[in-house]
Design a protein around this ligand. Sequence first.
Ligand code: SAM
Length: 308
Amino acid sequence: MKIYKKFREENQVTLYNGDCIELLRKIPDEIVDMVITSPPYCMGKAYEDPHDDIETFKKQHKDIFQDIYRILKPGGSVCWQVGYHVSNKCVVPLDYVIYDIFTSESKNLNYPLILRNRIIWTFGHGLNSTNRFSGRHETILWFSKGKQGLFNLDNVRIPQKYPGKRSYKGPNKGELSGNPLGKNPSDVWEIPNVKAQHVEKTTHPCQFPVVIPQRLIKALAPADGLILDPFMGVGTTGVAALLEGKRFVGAELMEEYYDISVSRLKDTVKGSVKIRADKPVVEPDTNTAVAKLPEEFRKVRGKNSDEE
Ligand SMILES: C[S@@+](CC[C@H](N)C(=O)[O-])C[C@H]1O[C@@H](n2cnc3c(N)ncnc32)[C@H](O)[C@@H]1O
């Protein structure tokens, strides 16, 4: 597979080393199925200007919004993963800022962005605070462009906590109460963040784990979808897109991270990329009768079903 530097719609992968604004302006209208990204939080990271502040964050988002909107197909999805900006001990939840900009900038357009989910991503490790509770979650805002967003729930179901549980009253009394394909993963995702011992760790200080964009792509992207990450870092969204058989276009300003994304995407194609697979949030205790997978469920696993 060839990795292209210049965008063309038919490319399987385009990786642009430069400012995402330059890339976005070269992408035609309404051809992207899904945007997944985690932008800089303006918190003085190695890849940021130390003078960047919350006003820089707002300006950057206002500057790119019209192009993000323009290139996204009606019905397509935007997934923006953010945490907090902190200055002078004041905490600003960046998803509030994003929600405000994206909804107000699109409200008079043909397909206003509609917030479909605010997903809490929670993880066990991070900095320990001494003057407030230690931060252990960030959020992902999922918007659809207009109302027609795709949602393939069956692709992302996770095991039921108690697959053998039966209704104990009502007309279905005695019947299995859960869906044999598993349950909805909910809007709280407990997924380890990429710290020192994580198999996906590179030199980038703020990677998200592959399983986050992978779960989003499984649920929200069409079969031959084109996925964009304008702030791709070390190409995590690209790895997820290729694992799911989609096309990918991404931009990264810093050459060091760009080079890592190129090698991670090549490793993905070779099948040697290191990832930590999605795991169920709760491992059922198989010694408990209700936790055992019932015979009826074994038969239907693998088949598609629309009901929840
Ligand atoms: C929070 S990190 C994204 C990390 C990514 N999700 C990953 O897993 O590797 C944000 C990235 O955006 C890059 N960046 C900042 N401004 C940019 C711009 N204008 N165009 C493209 N990339 C930019 C930074 O260098 C940084 O690597």
